[in-house]
Design a protein around this ligand. Sequence first.
Ligand code: MLT
Length: 267
Amino acid sequence: MQTTINGARLFYTDQGDPQAPPVIFIHGFPFSHAMWSSQLEYLSHNFRTIALDLRGHGQSDVGDGQYTIEGHVDDLMGLLDHLQIDRTAIVGLSMGGYITLRAVERHPDRFGAIVLCDTRSEADDNAGKIKRAETAASVKVHGADVFARGFLPVVFAPDSFQKCPVAVETVRQLICGTPPLSLAGNLIAMAGRTDTSGSLGKIKAPTLILVGEHDNLTPVSAAQALQNGIPGAQLQVVPHAGHLSNLENPAAFNELLGTFLGQNQEL
Ligand code: MLT
């Protein structure tokens, strides 16, 4: 499905019984709603699932290539308003987690349960911002294929290349299908994101934190910092997985997600 939000055509899926408790999924960089296919299928009998292609990703408009996390939150809230969903569970992975944390900070009453996957609340430090600027410059010269070659070993655990080659290939194609303008724009958006650590203590919604045991990008220590900050948050380490824990160990991920949402569903 597609709708125009804040001047851009955004693609999303909306599956399951419209009367069932809603769950919205926010993908990481630079992927699309397609990264959630196993989770959408797993939850399809008990939930209404919505999965958005963020601006510049998947089948959504690239627009002018200038993005911010604030703008992605505006798009998310615009989609929820369009769908007339006042309150929902939300699942965000990595950049999707940055967007989730900022959305919860801005609109705490709209989210009844929160799942933060392979993400962190801290903003980039200076070294991180400089690295993003270098990558953004490089991707515009060398393109998405070269970026994908360097990025895949960062996000997948070494074993995953043998254990789940289909997931690796899916992600490679998602990256290679993302225009360099969008890659660069979203790198700059992440570099400019705010630090949401200071407001973790105000989160009242039940929260589950999931992290791949071999996640080197947003490691277990970042997940522990989230757990320490969010009152009552649960933390589960997904075994045999790197940064893309939902793709690298979908069986374990889905069971943890389904159990948590089942216990914390709201209509
Ligand atoms: C992601 O997986 O969304 C990004 O790689 C996160 C990041 O680069 O900070």
